[in-house]
Design a protein around this ligand. Structure first.
Ligand code: GLU
Length: 407
């Protein structure tokens, strides 16, 4: 994160004071969450919430449950949320939360208990005006419902705007679940338009078939006529050069929890996905997937980063120098948080939009963000990632200067 920040800050000639402010997290919270497990034993889980910057508004960002969570990682992710919200042009700062746990080895009851205890431990730090969590890796709408309920019980009234990504029935927004994938589709479509590549029939490989990967694939196939030829997930992968039947694949995954073994496609090894001769590659799994070791094998012309941080800095440099058009995470997957913003607005307003209204507003916001970054990249002759940072840092820096120093 700091490496990406420095490159853009240097081009902007950012003054040292603002530079220092923007490279320090505002607040890092560590909590211990004791839970009674189903076997009667007590386990203590460590949780974090980092509010990296709140210059533009409340901290905003997801909560992840993963065995590999660290305070450093959560801090970097909270910084990324700061830049992502600024690029998306929504009035939020950046935050992130994480709990060190393996939810695949926990019962639903244990996950509920952990969620409630974690939220109770950070309850004073969050709120609609302070810090608004959302789903991230391994957290879903039901978990957000428990977040909302726990917070509401503590403050003594129902507060829907404290968290986004909730079920529709309790203040969630239509279109939120699909939003990140929809934005990835829009980013791929706009990139193709810019590069003079016909998106209809363009071939696409997708890494990860969770919320972001599966919906990106579905919308790229159904809305703009792209051909999804390959998908890999946590277990295995499938490849069909003529195009995978995505609705059938989605049905298969609902039953089997993996794409592995899907009929009508050849099996594909994880390591082979990046080497395929495709037009568009969508990494939509975890961080650090595209490295300097596999980047030289990539044949795609466009990479749209559905995940957060899927490309290492040296791999990104290599790809850019070899003419690959990379749409950076903070732009490519920003539609998730943009629709979280719409959810927060609707909750505070108490008036809800139709799915069509949500999608139209999202389309406008995503195109505005894409164009701002593209124009900046052309103006400064830099890659799209550096351009996205230039846009984000200048927006946050401008307001930091206007607000001035408190003491
Ligand atoms: N976890 C998502 C992200 O990384 C969404 C955050 C949000 O909606 O606040 O962008």
């Amino acid at each position: 994160m700091l490496q990406e920040f420095d490159g853009a800050a240097r081009i902007l000639n950012l003054e040292p004071g603002i530079w220092k402010i923007l490279t320090h997290p505002k607040r890092q919270i560590t909590v211990s969450c004791p839970i009674q497990m189903d076997n009667g034993e007590i386990e203590v889980f460590t949780g974090y919430r980092v509010q990296y910057n709140i210059t533009l508004g409340p901290a905003k960002g997801g909560i992840r449950y993963h065995p590999g969570v660290t305070l450093d990682e959560v801090t970097a992710l909270a910084a990324w949320m700061t830049w992502k919200c600024a690029v998306a042009h929504i009035p939020f700062g950046g935050g992130k939360g994480g709990v060190i746990c393996d939810p695949t080895k926990m019962s639903r009851r244990e996950i509920e208990a952990l969620t409630r205890r974690y939220i109770a431990e950070i309850v004073d730090a969050i709120g609609p005006e302070k810090d608004v969590p959302a789903p991230d890796v391994n957290t879903d709408a039901q978990i957000m419902a428990w977040v909302m309920d726990t917070y509401s019980m503590h403050v003594g009234h129902t507060s829907t705007a404290v968290v986004t990504g909730k079920p529709i029935e309790m203040g969630g927004s239509l279109g939120r679940r699909e939003a990140t994938g929809r934005g990835v589709m829009i980013a791929a479509r706009e990139s193709a338009k810019h590069l003079g590549l016909n998106i209809k029939g363009a071939t696409v490989a997708v890494q990860g078939f969770g919320n972001v990967g599966s919906i990106s694939a579905e919308l790229l196939a159904s809305q703009v006529g792209a051909t999804i030829v390959a998908v890999t997930d946590w277990k295995g992968g499938v490849y069909n050069p003529k195009g995978l039947d995505i609705p059938k694949l989605l049905d298969y995954v609902k039953q089997h929890k993996t794409v592995d073994g899907f009929a009508g496609a050849e099996p594909l090894a994880h390591t082979d996905l990046f080497t395929l001769d495709v037009d568009i590659l969508i990494p939509a799994a975890l961080e650090n997937q595209i490295t300097i070791d596999n980047a030289p094998k990539i044949k795609a012309k466009v990479i749209v980063e559905g995940a957060n941080g899927p490309t290492t800095p040296d791999a990104h440099k290599y790809l850019h120098e070899h003419g690959v058009f990379v749409v950076p995470d903070i732009l490519a997957n920003s539609s998730g948080v943009t629709t979280s913003y719409f959810e927060w607005v609707q909750d505070r307003y108490g008036y809800f939009w139709t799915e069509k209204e949500v999608n139209e507003r999202l389309e406008a916001k995503m195109c505005e963000a894409f164009n701002a970054v593209l124009q900046t990249s052309l103006k400064y002759r830099v890659d799209m990632r550096t351009a996205a940072y230039i846009v984000a840092i200048s927006r946050v820096a401008t307001v930091t200067r206007m607000r001035g120093m408190y003491a």
